[in-house]
Ligand binder design. Structure first.
Ligand code: DQA
Length: 139
Protein backbone atom coordinates (compact mmCIF):
# COMPACT_ATOMS: atom_id res chain seq x y z
CA UNK A 1 0.00 0.00 0.00
CA UNK A 2 1.35 3.44 -0.96
CA UNK A 3 1.42 6.13 1.70
CA UNK A 4 0.76 9.75 0.83
CA UNK A 5 1.09 12.62 3.30
CA UNK A 6 -1.21 15.60 2.81
CA UNK A 7 0.23 18.77 4.37
CA UNK A 8 -1.61 22.09 4.48
CA UNK A 9 -0.26 25.43 5.61
CA UNK A 10 -1.60 28.67 7.05
CA UNK A 11 -5.25 29.68 6.86
CA UNK A 12 -6.29 26.49 5.08
CA UNK A 13 -8.02 25.44 8.31
CA UNK A 14 -10.49 28.24 7.49
CA UNK A 15 -11.61 26.77 4.17
CA UNK A 16 -15.37 26.92 3.79
CA UNK A 17 -15.63 30.30 5.51
CA UNK A 18 -12.51 31.99 4.06
CA UNK A 19 -13.19 33.95 0.83
CA UNK A 20 -15.56 31.26 -0.51
CA UNK A 21 -15.85 33.11 -3.84
CA UNK A 22 -12.12 32.42 -4.31
CA UNK A 23 -11.53 29.14 -2.50
CA UNK A 24 -14.97 27.51 -2.69
CA UNK A 25 -17.35 26.46 0.06
CA UNK A 26 -15.76 23.11 0.88
CA UNK A 27 -14.10 22.72 4.30
CA UNK A 28 -10.63 21.22 4.74
CA UNK A 29 -12.12 18.18 6.47
CA UNK A 30 -14.51 17.78 3.53
CA UNK A 31 -11.59 17.87 1.08
CA UNK A 32 -9.62 15.45 3.27
CA UNK A 33 -12.57 13.03 3.30
CA UNK A 34 -12.68 13.12 -0.50
CA UNK A 35 -8.90 12.51 -0.65
CA UNK A 36 -9.18 9.56 1.76
CA UNK A 37 -12.00 7.99 -0.29
CA UNK A 38 -10.10 8.46 -3.56
CA UNK A 39 -6.92 7.07 -1.99
CA UNK A 40 -8.75 3.93 -0.85
CA UNK A 41 -9.88 3.40 -4.44
CA UNK A 42 -6.27 3.75 -5.62
CA UNK A 43 -4.88 1.40 -2.97
CA UNK A 44 -3.19 4.22 -1.07
CA UNK A 45 -3.29 5.39 2.51
CA UNK A 46 -3.16 9.10 3.44
CA UNK A 47 -2.14 11.03 6.53
CA UNK A 48 -3.38 14.59 7.06
CA UNK A 49 -1.66 17.54 8.73
CA UNK A 50 -2.40 21.26 8.86
CA UNK A 51 -0.55 24.02 10.66
CA UNK A 52 -0.37 27.78 10.61
CA UNK A 53 3.23 27.62 11.87
CA UNK A 54 6.16 27.47 9.43
CA UNK A 55 8.42 25.29 11.61
CA UNK A 56 5.65 22.76 12.22
CA UNK A 57 5.21 22.41 8.46
CA UNK A 58 8.98 21.86 8.11
CA UNK A 59 8.82 19.12 10.76
CA UNK A 60 5.78 17.52 9.09
CA UNK A 61 7.65 17.38 5.75
CA UNK A 62 10.69 15.83 7.46
CA UNK A 63 8.49 13.23 9.20
CA UNK A 64 6.79 12.38 5.89
CA UNK A 65 10.14 12.06 4.14
CA UNK A 66 9.85 8.30 3.77
CA UNK A 67 6.31 8.37 2.34
CA UNK A 68 5.64 7.52 -1.29
CA UNK A 69 4.54 11.10 -1.91
CA UNK A 70 3.64 14.40 -0.27
CA UNK A 71 0.80 16.68 -1.33
CA UNK A 72 1.74 20.15 -0.11
CA UNK A 73 -0.31 23.33 -0.06
CA UNK A 74 1.98 25.68 1.82
CA UNK A 75 -0.47 28.60 1.48
CA UNK A 76 1.25 31.99 1.57
CA UNK A 77 4.54 30.36 2.66
CA UNK A 78 4.73 29.07 -0.92
CA UNK A 79 5.84 32.50 -2.02
CA UNK A 80 8.71 33.10 0.41
CA UNK A 81 9.58 30.24 2.76
CA UNK A 82 13.10 29.04 2.06
CA UNK A 83 12.82 26.81 5.16
CA UNK A 84 9.92 24.89 3.59
CA UNK A 85 11.74 24.73 0.26
CA UNK A 86 14.81 23.29 2.00
CA UNK A 87 12.64 20.69 3.77
CA UNK A 88 11.18 19.62 0.41
CA UNK A 89 14.72 19.36 -1.01
CA UNK A 90 15.88 17.34 2.00
CA UNK A 91 13.36 14.49 1.71
CA UNK A 92 13.30 11.73 -0.86
CA UNK A 93 9.50 11.63 -1.22
CA UNK A 94 8.26 13.33 -4.40
CA UNK A 95 6.26 16.45 -3.54
CA UNK A 96 3.26 17.79 -5.47
CA UNK A 97 2.64 21.49 -4.83
CA UNK A 98 -1.08 22.22 -4.91
CA UNK A 99 -3.24 25.32 -4.77
CA UNK A 100 -6.99 25.68 -4.82
CA UNK A 101 -6.79 28.95 -6.74
CA UNK A 102 -4.93 29.66 -9.96
CA UNK A 103 -2.08 31.59 -8.38
CA UNK A 104 -0.76 32.62 -11.83
CA UNK A 105 -3.96 34.59 -12.41
CA UNK A 106 -3.74 36.49 -9.10
CA UNK A 107 -1.51 39.22 -7.61
CA UNK A 108 2.06 39.29 -8.89
CA UNK A 109 3.56 38.25 -5.54
CA UNK A 110 1.68 34.94 -5.90
CA UNK A 111 3.28 34.23 -9.28
CA UNK A 112 6.52 33.21 -7.57
CA UNK A 113 6.77 29.89 -5.77
CA UNK A 114 10.12 29.34 -4.06
CA UNK A 115 9.02 25.72 -3.51
CA UNK A 116 8.00 24.78 -7.07
CA UNK A 117 11.55 24.29 -8.43
CA UNK A 118 12.17 21.46 -5.94
CA UNK A 119 8.74 19.81 -6.35
CA UNK A 120 7.92 17.00 -8.76
CA UNK A 121 5.03 19.04 -10.17
CA UNK A 122 2.37 21.67 -9.52
CA UNK A 123 -1.42 21.60 -9.75
CA UNK A 124 -3.33 24.84 -9.21
CA UNK A 125 -6.72 26.30 -9.92
CA UNK A 126 -9.10 23.38 -9.57
CA UNK A 127 -10.37 24.02 -6.05
CA UNK A 128 -10.45 20.92 -3.85
CA UNK A 129 -10.02 18.80 -6.97
CA UNK A 130 -6.39 20.05 -7.16
CA UNK A 131 -5.62 17.69 -4.25
CA UNK A 132 -7.32 14.73 -5.97
CA UNK A 133 -5.40 15.36 -9.18
CA UNK A 134 -2.15 15.50 -7.17
CA UNK A 135 -3.03 12.24 -5.41
CA UNK A 136 -3.63 10.52 -8.73
CA UNK A 137 -0.39 11.91 -10.15
CA UNK A 138 1.71 10.78 -7.17
CA UNK A 139 0.19 7.31 -6.95
C1 DQA B 1 -3.29 29.16 -1.85
C2 DQA B 1 -2.72 30.33 -2.66
C3 DQA B 1 -1.80 31.19 -1.78
O1 DQA B 1 -1.31 32.28 -2.54
C4 DQA B 1 -2.57 31.73 -0.60
O2 DQA B 1 -1.71 32.48 0.24
C5 DQA B 1 -3.28 30.67 0.16
C6 DQA B 1 -3.99 29.63 -0.59
C7 DQA B 1 -4.29 28.32 -2.66
O3 DQA B 1 -4.51 27.16 -2.30
O4 DQA B 1 -4.87 28.81 -3.63
O5 DQA B 1 -3.33 30.68 1.39
O6 DQA B 1 -2.20 28.30 -1.48
Amino acid sequence: MKTIAVINGPNLNLLGEREPERYGGETLSGINARIAAAAAGLGADCTFFQSNVEGEIVTAIQRAGGADGIILNAGAYTHYSIAIRDAVSAVSAPVAEVHLSNVAAREEFRHTSVIAPVCRGIIAGFGGDSYLLALRALV
